[in-house]
Design a protein around this ligand. Structure first.
Ligand code: A2H
Length: 253
């Protein structure tokens, strides 16, 4: 932080179901949960999407007759990045609690799953990105730790009204090979470092560090448009594809 704006790719996960409180108002409209990522090339491995159950989100109108669900803070940034319908304006068309988003079915771009579910993650920061994180458990230790928690802990599922069928069938998919770590880097690192849960902050930071540096320079894509290419070469190709097909947009903060 502090050296200038970070560029993220905003991934649009289109809602196949709408939150109850805004259903009537937005029926038939294109509404997406939007997630900021630094790893667009990993979107082939999406298995779910994460929200903060206690988080306060809103629905905001963008250009081109579409609506984003995201944090209020990110809506403001979008308004000054020429994304909202009117430049600099970001009227909230509906307030949505994170818990209301849990269990919605979403269309995740490039994922092998026809649809994925919105699930709770306890460590999401509402002060970063959109407050929504798309989940790639094969390559993100945070994402795998949180998904494994939900898959294995009945009490946690009950706390957030999560059904087994929303998380258990969605296994991490091999999308990138890193010679030192294999085809499911995050799964291996979580195991090797004996990470206990999504709240195991220090070890997760260590795992993220290892996965990120090695992945960028030594990772090779196993699937998709960049199959056989190094991650650093595949990244711009996949990012461009997602942008050109309207499934993603740039986002800065
Ligand atoms: B990344 P940085 Cl495969 N709270 O995307 C917590 N985490 C958030 C967030 C928020 N509000 N907004 C974004 N993120 C996550 C993919 C990915 C990511 C992979 C591997 C590593 C990785 C799939 N999840 O991030 O602090 C998002 O997860 C490792 C850090 O701005 C985003 O990219 O550097 C990343 O953190 C941005 O974190």
């Amino acid at each position: 932080e502090g050296v200038g704006p970070q560029e993220y790719t905003l991934i649009k996960l289109q809602c196949l179901d709408l939150p109850e409180s805004v259903k009537a108002q937005f029926e038939g409209k294109k509404v997406s949960l939007v997630a900021a990522t630094l790893r667009p090339e990993t979107m082939y491995g999406q298995t779910n999407c994460y929200v903060l159950a206690e988080g306060e989100y809103g629905i905001f109108e963008m250009k081109g007759d579409e609506y984003f669900i995201c944090s209020h803070r990110s809506a403001r940034n979008l308004a000054f990045q020429e994304m909202t319908k009117d430049f600099g304006k970001y009227p909230c068309l509906g307030n949505v609690k994170g818990q209301e988003l849990v269990g919605l079915r979403l269309k995740a771009p490039l994922s092998k799953y026809e649809f994925v579910y919105a699930l709770p993650m306890q460590t999401i920061s509402m002060g970063k990105g959109t407050g929504i994180v798309t989940s790639v458990p094969s390559d993100s230790p945070d994402d795998w730790a949180a998904l494994r928690d939900l898959q294995t802990k009945k009490g946690l599922r009950e706390k957030y009204n999560v059904l087994e069928e929303w998380c258990v069938p969605f296994e991490p998919t091999p999308i990138i090979n890193i010679p030192e770590f294999g085809n499911l880097t995050a799964v291996k690192l979580v195991e090797d470092l004996k990470i206990q849960s999504q709240k195991d902050k220090d070890k997760l930071a260590e795992a993220k560090d290892k996965a990120y540096t090695k992945g960028f320079y030594e990772g090779v894509m196993l699937v998709g448009l960049g199959e056989g290419l190094k991650v650093q070469d595949a990244k711009p190709i996949i990012k461009k594809h997602l942008m050109e097909t309207g499934q993603a947009a740039p986002y800065y903060e």
